[in-house]
Design a protein around this ligand. Structure first.
Ligand code: HEM
Length: 177
């Protein structure tokens, strides 16, 4: 019994993932909560602030377009039937968009002064995992292909994308500022 409790909390297990996510959420709430609440209470939701978007450096514009495109294409892939020509065509498009989102992010700094921040770990992980996932598909290793691709989709797009909309960051200003 005791062994099975600890077995569920091994690194890499789902329980360890939830534990780490919970700890990160509590740390973020304690560290940034008060400031985010102050900004959030002054939020005024609106459509895309086109002028502010156009005022951004090209690399940030490219990052946003590639990242948002990858979320849309990724969602269609998850929903559609797998293994057919449509899946392959959309899959290549998604890999290109996701690769572009991760690659452009290497040229964006700000959260951590003039050097890379923790989110750049996600960029590196994405750039390593994407070729592995494509290689797995070409080798017909469906299990590895599915795990790596869905891992990048949820881990990179949804986590990095979600963080991008936190109060004070650019996506917040584009829609809420
Ligand atoms: C819908 C998805 C996404 C959106 C809307 C988005 C948006 C943005 C924006 C607007 C910035 C620059 C301004 C700011 O920091 O507020 C940024 C920075 C960044 N993004 Fe994204 N992003 C998305 C997905 C991704 C993905 C998939 C990755 C990596 C795989 C990524 C990695 C980064 C990194 C590393 C930075 C620089 C952070 C820093 O300043 O240190 N983003 N993102």
């Amino acid at each position: 019994m005791r062994q099975s409790i600890f077995a569920g909390a091994l690194p890499g297990s789902r329980a360890a993932g939830w534990l780490l996510t919970g700890a990160a959420a509590i740390a973020a709430a304690v560290l940034f909560g008060p400031q985010m609440l102050r900004i959030a209470t002054g939020a005024t939701p609106h459509g895309l602030d086109v002028a502010l978007f156009l005022a951004q450096p090209t690399v940030i514009q490219a990052h946003i377009l590639a990242a948002v495109g990858s979320v849309a294409v990724g969602a269609i892939i998850l929903w559609a039937r797998k293994g057919r020509a449509f899946h392959r065509a959309m899959g290549w498009m998604w890999v290109a968009l996701m690769g572009a989102a991760a690659a452009t992010s290497l040229f964006i700094v700000g959260l951590n002064g003039n050097i890379w921040s923790l989110i750049h770990l996600l960029s590196g992980w994405t750039l390593v995992t994407l070729p592995v996932a494509v290689w797995a598909a070409r080798r017909h290793n469906v299990n590895l292909h599915r795990r790596t691709m869905t891992g990048v989709f949820w881990g990179a797009s949804i986590v990095a994308g979600g963080f991008a909309f936190l109060p004070g960051r650019l996506m917040w200003k584009l829609f809420m500022g």
